[in-house]
Design a protein around this ligand. Structure first.
Ligand SMILES: C[S@@+](CC[C@H](N)C(=O)[O-])C[C@H]1O[C@@H](n2cnc3c(N)ncnc32)[C@H](O)[C@@H]1O
Length: 150
């Protein structure tokens, strides 16, 4: 998710990927009625949006992202961690939160949750916030059942 667009611009400039970048041009919670409805992606990157949503909105948000991923596609989430104890800023996300939200029960294959950092304006918290980087795959479509008798 975009903010100033730095991640999107970097990826578009330095890779051969085509990028759709989303911020408050529409509410991601209403993705299915947005101008991008129906498009699907190999990779979705959430940099700093999940932690802006209250816990009740997070499962529906991630379910919407799962629908826009192609089977086998990967979601990366960078979210401010509960290990960040500086005052203020958005709400925090724990490792357990991410493991639950991106669990097999929620339809994901969680690849990892790693301690990371979120780069901020140098005047805010010294330019860094403690974060988690999580990667999870939408499972690839199940192989079609073998024809009867084989
Ligand atoms: C904390 S900023 C992160 C910005 C940038 N991605 C980064 O990594 O620095 C969160 C961004 O999410 C956007 N945002 C928050 N809730 C949103 C929603 N429901 N739909 C679309 N964008 C949203 C905000 O406008 C803001 O730009």
């Amino acid at each position: 998710m975009t903010g100033s667009g730095d991640n999107s611009l970097f990826i578009a400039k330095y890779t051969s990927c085509s990028v759709d970048a989303v911020d408050l041009c529409f509410d991601v919670l209403t993705w299915d009625s947005s101008p991008l409805a129906g498009r699907t992606y190999d990779v979705v990157l959430d940099s700093g949006l999940l932690h802006c949503l209250g816990p009740p909105a997070r499962p529906a948000y991630l379910a919407a992202l799962q629908r826009v991923l192609k089977p086998g596609g990967t979601l990366y989430v960078l979210a401010l961690s509960d290990k960040e104890t500086s005052p203020g800023g958005p709400s925090r996300v724990s490792r357990e939160d991410l493991e639950g939200l991106l669990s097999p029960a929620a339809g994901w294959e969680l690849q990892y949750v790693k301690p990371h950092f979120w780069e901020l304006h140098p005047t805010f918290w010294g330019g860094k916030g403690r974060a988690y980087l999580a990667a999870a795959q939408r499972p690839a479509a199940a192989a079609p059942a073998a024809p009867a008798g084989q």
